[in-house]
Write a protein that binds this ligand. Structure first.
Ligand code: HPA
Length: 248
């Protein structure tokens, strides 16, 4: 098992990686968002890819998810942890959540490798979109690092880049979503298509639309990102350190 991290908003690099090297990879699906950085973390080789590219170049609907996941696989990744900044429908701002399920509300994204170029379409099982063993390893890493996380949640993936209306969040809540973000899909589905274990770890950076007084501001999101991402970094470091323990 070889671990890769796709860093979302607020996680543009894993500075903790030592003996770093950068590789630019071209895939059949185009260029990934950025060079893949590899290095040692906790005694293991870990890869890192910034989902939104340098300087947050790619908004959620413009990320080349297919190239990102394919590039990591080409470099040997067998497990991917995707980090995300999300709105909270249930969990409070500042909470870290390891969701167990998702609902995809995105549209118009290149969301599959099974695009007609193969002889037969692939209908992968997606009953449990997040790999249970990788989720368990993340939860164990958080416990080891003594960082509180919420075990379980439903990630609603919206199209963005605008935030939701209050009624849209009402609908997500009725559907069972506890988190709302813009990048959780198609990333998880593509990893499943390639047979890569995938899990998400989300930091709640604001109360979702209609769940707090007034509008959601970028200033509040950035403040929460600055305060919260260090906890996600620490969980990733603990995950890497205990990496041998994670088996399917
Ligand atoms: N909605 C969707 N995506 C987000 C949010 C939100 O409220 N906060 C951070 N990413």
């Amino acid at each position: 098992m070889s671990l890769a991290v796709i860093g979302g908003s607020g996680l543009y690099d894993l500075a903790e990686l030592s003996a770093r090297r950068e590789r630019r990879v071209m895939t059949a699906w185009g260029e990934p968002s950025a060079a893949v950085v590899s290095g040692r973390l906790g005694g293991h080789e870990v890869m890192f890819l910034a989902r939104h590219g340098a300087g947050h170049r790619f908004p959620p609907h413009k990320v080349n998810y297919r190239a990102n996941v394919a590039a990591l696989q080409a470099l040997g990744a067998t497990a991917i942890v995707g980090t995300a900044a999300v709105g909270g429908i249930g969990p409070a701002t500042g909470a870290i959540v390891v969701p167990h399920d998702l609902i995809d509300y995105t549209w118009g994204r290149e969301h599959t490798y099974s695009d007609g170029s193969q002889a037969t379409p692939q209908h992968v099982d997606f009953t449990a979109p997040y790999a249970p063993a990788l989720r368990a390893a993340l939860l164990a890493a958080a416990a080891h690092a003594q960082i509180a996380v919420i075990d379980g949640g439903v990630y609603g993936a919206t199209q963005g880049p605008r935030l939701e209306s209050a009624a849209e969040v009402d609908r997500l809540e009725r559907d069972g979503c506890t988190l709302v973000g813009m990048t959780g899909m198609p990333e998880a589905g593509l990893a499943r298509e390639l047979g890569i274990d995938y899990a998400n770890i989300s930091l709640v950076v604001n109360a979702a639309a209609g769940r707090a007084d007034g509008p959601i501001t970028m200033a509040e999101i950035e403040r929460e990102l600055a305060g919260g991402m260090n906890r996600i970094r620490a969980i990733i470091a603990a995950l890497a350190a205990g990496w041998n323990a994670c088996t399917r």
